[in-house]
Design a protein around this ligand. Structure first.
Ligand code: 13P
Ligand code: SF4
Length: 343
């Protein structure tokens, strides 16, 4: 595709959300990236939260974390460029270790992944012996290595139910745990850790952790009430990293891709997304006939680090290489692959 063709394509989709001078500049970058991608036999995986110009131009596959981990496991490209955050790139490396995995910015972290360490998980196992540990994929590889099984927002309920146990340790997202508890009917407790302390009587079923997504924790029930007062016919979609109260007050909750599919299929007069805002722009661009309320101003500062400029540099300089030490990877892969067999 020539630069002009790319510019025309981007303009058709993004003319309302990205200024024209920016589109011209970004079209040129996107064409360079796509050429280098072919030359170097690379594949680009783009999370649904990527900024609109990047999202609609360079990823070979776009999706939620579950879909992208499946693509990472299946690809036979030599290089995987992960346009997402570090835990996602690590998961790609865990699943497909012979490939070179690149992330365009080393600053793309995640507040949930930062909230818990491998030592925290070991301490919880000591405190609750025999209780299976489910960790959200929004964790680093060493935490996954201490887990029995991983989950994403798209399969958390199925993963917890697949264990068939009365008690589950669910880490580290307090809100996702609360939402899973609400759906599965399990109670949830948040233990204060005292190293070495043993608990004899388990009168709880889901043991959680106080991690939160710094983006989704910002949405409140008051926001929902305000919007419904002004637009009574609005359909509200929330990500399960929002608080259980916000999710309960919404009309639908699901992974980023589940929200995209919902919008594609809905005939609601208007809808509102309670999630990261770049995704709102991406959905609006793909569904110009649908009426999205643009009340969103929350960007994930980590996803926001990934730019077309840095994606080009990633391919030019083969940077930044994401590695997972073998002893961690061989333990982490069991938890991730076990998740992929569930759904
Ligand atoms: P999804 O798996 O739903 O794409 O969520 C990933 C994420 O980081 C949401 O904040
Ligand atoms: Fe992490 Fe939240 Fe950003 Fe997702 S949106 S990457 S959970 S900080």
């Amino acid at each position: 595709m020539t630069v002009d063709e790319m510019y025309q394509k981007m303009k058709r989709m993004l003319g309302d959300v990205v200024p024209d001078f920016e589109l011209r500049y970004k079209a040129k970058l996107a064409v360079e990236i796509n050429q280098l991608k072919k030359e170097k036999n690379a594949v680009i995986l783009g999370h649904n939260y990527m900024e609109p110009a990047l999202f609609h131009s360079v990823p070979d596959y776009a999706g939620d974390s579950l879909e992208l981990s499946r693509k990472a496991a299946q690809t036979d490209a030599d290089i995987i460029v992960f346009c997402g955050v570090k835990f996602m790139a690590e998961t790609a490396k865990i699943l497909n270790p012979t490939k070179t995995v690149l992330i365009p910015s080393m600053k793309a972290g995640c507040s949930l992944a930062e909230s818990i360490t491998a030592a925290d998980v070991r301490a919880l196992r000591q405190k609750f012996p025999g209780v299976p540990v489910v960790t959200y994929v929004n964790t680093y590889a060493d935490v996954k290595a201490e887990s029995d099984i991983c989950c994403t927002s798209g399969n958390a309920v199925a993963v917890v139910e697949s264990l068939g146990t009365d008690t589950v340790i669910f880490l580290p997202d307090e809100y996702l745990a609360g939402n899973v508890a609400r759906i599965t009917g399990k109670r949830i407790i948040f233990p204060t850790l005292t190293p070495g302390e043993k608990v004899d009587e388990l009168d709880y079923q889901l043991i959680g952790w106080r991690g939160r997504c710094e983006v989704h924790e910002k949405f409140t029930v008051q926001d929902i009430q305000n919007v419904r007062a002004q637009f009574p016919d609005v359909v509200i979609l929330s990500h399960p990293e929002c608080s259980p109260e916000v999710v309960a007050a919404s009309d639908f909750s699901g992974s980023t891709s589940a929200m995209i599919k919902y919008v594609e299929q809905t005939d609601a007069p208007r809808y509102l997304l309670l999630t990261e805002c770049a995704m709102g722009d991406n959905i609006a661009a793909a569904n110009p006939d649908k009426n999205m309320l643009r009340l969103c101003s929350v960007r994930c500062p980590h996803m926001n680090q990934i730019t077309l400029e840095d994606t080009l540099k990633a391919l030019q300089n083969i940077q930044y290489v994401v590695d997972v030490p073998k002893d961690i990877r061989v333990r982490a892969v069991q938890a991730v692959e076990r998740m992929l067999t569930i759904g």
